[in-house]
Design a protein around this ligand. Structure first.
Ligand code: P6P
Length: 335
């Protein structure tokens, strides 16, 4: 019986298009897939193995860490540090760059990740995810410095996420479209189930944390008010609103049926230009959405063009169906 296209088969076939490919990248993606399977198991077992609940610690974001934040970060580090594909790693859960231990060889890639995005949902059994981005190390086989990670999103060689939902999915792009794989736990393999994913250009669904409404800037307030006005308003159609508080779940919904996701700049904390982090949330998700025919902007600039200034830099994020993002950007330009 044919099992369908496995992730390994897909990556090797992709590798054939890359001149000079050595198999390093393929092996790195396979290690990433292993980490995601282990994380899926830890998330799925949850209370059965005591991984629920919060710790007393906070990460550099000032966010209380869940046990699973730390556990999943460890899984990503231990599964990817040893094979000689990486010159360094960076994570939402680590203040500084992670140096590959001396006993392991160094490689030519950098791995940046949010090991458990949406972790505030994990205790209430709502979907969470892992977001990752792969960059080329400016100097391969040398311990990466923090500055090596500060590359615009256009430099990513791969971006992807795992969604730990009703099924565990791995969605990724290597710059030639977006493909989704579903974990078959009995076989232990990711199988290609969502080839060539595309974001519908039109939508009737928007996602924003409406509790921040009084802090929004006028262009965002205008867009949301017009959606809420429905058929009686300028849009001439009714909209649905969603907010899962898990970016991976929101982006997956948008890839599947369209929509627009907004975590805009707001005046709630003027010191923060947005909530989401550029290197390991906004950039990988922007590459995925653009590769699927959508768009991603700060409201003023294309996110993938931004020159990062810090490992944990925050940015405003407006991404999804192209026509909606372009409308919101036009409102920012008119403001
Ligand atoms: P709020 C999760 O903490 C996250 O980084 C994204 O996954 C999610 O979209 C957003 O923050 C939720 O933020 O303010 O609604 O809790």
């Amino acid at each position: 019986m044919h099992t369908g296209t496995t992730l390994t088969q897909f990556i090797i076939e992709e590798q054939r298009h890359i001149a000079g490919a050595t198999g390093d990248f393929t092996a790195l993606l396979n290690d990433l897939a292993t980490a995601i399977k282990v994380i899926s198991n830890a998330v799925n077992k949850g209370a059965l193995i005591g991984t629920m609940g919060a710790l007393d610690s906070q990460n550099i974001q000032g966010e209380t860490q869940k046990k699973l934040d730390v556990i999943t970060n460890e899984i990503m580090i231990r599964t990817n540090e040893w094979a000689g594909h990486l010159a360094g790693m960076a994570s939402e859960e680590m203040d500084e760059v992670y140096a590959i231990p001396k006993q392991y060889p160094l490689g030519k890639y950098l791995l940046v990740f949010d090991p458990l995005d949406g972790s505030s949902n994990v205790d209430i059994n709502i979907s969470v995810g892992t977001i990752f981005s792969i960059l080329r190390a400016p100097v391969p086989n040398r311990v990466a410095a923090m500055a090596d990670f500060l590359q615009p999103g256009t430099q990513q060689v791969c971006a992807g996420y795992a969604l730990y939902g009703s099924s565990t999915m791995l969605v990724l792009t290597m710059g030639h479209g977006v493909n989704g794989f579903t974990l078959d736990r009995e076989v232990g393999e990711f199988l290609l189930t969502h080839p060539d994913m595309k974001v519908p250009e039109e939508t009737k669904e928007f996602a924003i944390n409406a509790s921040n409404r009084r802090f929004w800037e006028p262009p965002v307030a205008r867009y949301v008010e017009e959606c809420l006005a429905g058929t009686e308003g300028p849009r001439g159609k009714d909209f649905n609103m969603r907010w899962v508080a898990s970016m991976v779940a929101e982006v997956h919904r948008i890839l599947t049926r369209g929509g627009v996701f907004m975590y805009p700049r707001d005046t709630k904390d003027p010191s923060k230009p947005g909530k989401l982090r550029l290197l390991y949330e906004a950039n990988p998700m922007s590459m995925i959405v653009e590769q699927a025919g959508g768009a991603s902007s700060t409201g003023h600039e294309r996110i993938l063009d931004l020159q990062p200034e810090g490992l944990h830099q925050r940015v405003p994020v407006i991404l999804g169906s192209k026509n909606e993002v372009e409308t919101i950007v036009s409102y920012h330009k008119a403001a």
